[in-house]
Design a protein around this ligand. Structure first.
Ligand code: PBG
Length: 326
C-alpha cells in the first residue's frame, strides 16, 4: 500500500464544519420567489387538488398570507390571477380592476418592501385558453402584442415592481418595453420568460388556473424540449429588446439550459421550478417514499449550481422555513 499515489478527497469532508468551509454553492432566502394564485370572491382558501399545499386565495385572505411570506424572509412574490369571466380576447387580463391588478395594489399598500412580480399573459383570461388572439385556429402574433403591452401597463399602474411576460409571442419584450416607457414606467424592469419550453410539467398549473388550451397545444409558440441552441436565440432577442432578467422554464429537466443562459448573458437568470416539478416531489413525500426536506433542498442547490440566480418555487415558504432553522 505504501507506494500507492492517490488524492485524499475525503480530507475536506471529515466534519460538518470542514464541509461547510469548502461548500461552493449557497442558497439564500433572497433567492426565492413565491407564486400566489388570487381569485375573485370572499373567504376563499381552496387547495389546488394537483398541488397539495398550494391554494387559491381571495383578496380578503391575501394579507394574512403575505404577512407569513414576509415574516419568513421571502423578498418577492409572483402573482397569478384566476378570473371568473373569460372571453375571446382576455379582457380581464388588462382590466383596471382585474383580479391581479387588485391583488397587486393590496400587496403594495400593505407590504411596500415586497417585490411584486406580475405574470403577464392572456391564457388564464381567454375562453380558448391560448396565450394570444385566435383566428381560425391560429394564434396571431402581432395583434396579441398590443394586448400584452396593455396588460403590462395596467399591472404597472396597479403598482407591480416587475413585469414578467410568459406568452412567448415574438417581440413581446419590445412591445411591453415600449408600452411601459410610453406610460411613464421606464423604471419598471421586465423579467422575461425568454426560454419557455412546451412542457408537460405545466399540467398541475393549468388545473390550478383553468388555462388548458381548448383546442390544439402551445407548440407553435413554446419551445421544443429537444432544442438547445434555440434557447440562446430566444434569450438573445429578449436581451436586445430590453429584458432585465431571463427566465428558464421548467427548471429540473433543463439544468443544462440554465447553465448555457448563465454563461452567455450577464443579466440575472431565474429558474422557474414549475408546478409538475412541485407535485412530483409532493406526491412522493405524502406517500412517505422520499424525504421531502432533503429532496427539495438538493433540487434547490442543483438549480443554483446550474447557474440560476433566483428560483421561482411553490416550495419557497418551506425552503425559507428550513433555512431559518439551519
Ligand atoms: C402562463 C403560464 C404558465 C405557467 C406560468 N405562466 C403555463 C403555461 O404556459 O401553460 C406554468 C407554471 C407552472 O407550471 O408552475 N402562460
Amino acid at each position: 500500500m505504501k507506494d500507492l499515489q492517490f488524492a485524499r478527497h475525503r480530507r475536506l469532508r471529515n466534519s460538518a464544519s470542514m464541509r461547510s468551509l469548502v461548500r461552493e454553492i449557497h442558497l439564500h432566502k433572497e433567492d426565492l420567489i413565491y407564486p400566489i394564485f388570487v381569485v375573485e370572491g370572499e373567504n376563499i382558501k381552496n387547495e389546488v387538488p394537483s398541488m397539495p399545499g398550494v391554494y387559491h386565495l381571495s383578496l380578503d385572505l391575501l394579507k394574512e398570507e403575505m404577512a407569513e411570506v414576509s415574516d419568513l424572509g421571502i423578498k418577492s412574490v409572483i402573482v397569478f390571477g384566476v378570473p371568473k369571466e373569460k372571453d375571446e380576447v382576455g379582457t380581464q387580463a388588462y382590466h383596471e380592476h382585474g383580479i391581479v391588478q387588485q391583488a397587486i395594489s393590496l400587496i403594495k399598500e400593505n407590504f411596500p418592501e415586497l417585490v411584486v412580480i406580475a405574470d403577464t399573459c392572456l391564457c388564464q383570461y381567454t375562453s380558448h385558453g391560448h396565450c394570444g388572439i385566435v383566428e381560425e385556429g391560429n394564434i396571431l402574433n402581432d395583434p396579441t402584442l398590443d394586448l400584452l403591452a396593455r396588460t403590462a401597463v395596467s399591472q404597472a399602474r396597479a403598482g407591480a415592481d416587475v413585469i414578467a411576460p410568459s406568452n412567448m409571442m415574438d417581440g413581446f419584450v419590445a412591445a411591453i418595453r415600449e408600452g411601459l416607457d410610453a406610460n411613464g414606467f421606464e423604471d419598471v424592469p421586465i423579467m422575461s420568460y425568454a426560454v419557455k419550453y412546451s412542457s408537460a410539467f405545466y399540467g398541475p398549473f393549468r388545473d390550478a388556473v383553468h388555462s388548458s388550451p381548448q383546442f390544439g397545444d402551445r407548440k407553435t409558440y413554446q419551445m421544443d424540449p429537444a432544442n438547445r441552441q434555440e434557447a440562446i436565440r430566444e434569450a438573445e432577442s429578449d436581451v436586445m429588446e430590453g429584458a432585465d432578467f431571463l427566465i428558464v422554464k421548467p427548471a429540473l429537466a433543463y439544468l443544462d439550459i440554465i447553465r448555457d443562459v448563465k454563461n452567455n448573458f450577464n443579466i440575472p437568470v431565474v429558474a422557474y421550478n414549475v408546478s409538475g416539478e412541485y407535485s412530483m416531489i409532493k406526491a412522493a413525500a405524502l406517500n412517505g417514499w422520499i424525504n421531502e426536506r432533503e429532496t427539495v433542498m438538493e433540487k434547490m442547490i442543483g438549480m443554483k449550481r446550474a447557474g440560476t440566480d433566483l428560483i421561482i418555487t411553490y416550495y419557497a415558504k418551506d425552503v425559507a422555513r428550513w433555512l431559518n432553522e439551519e
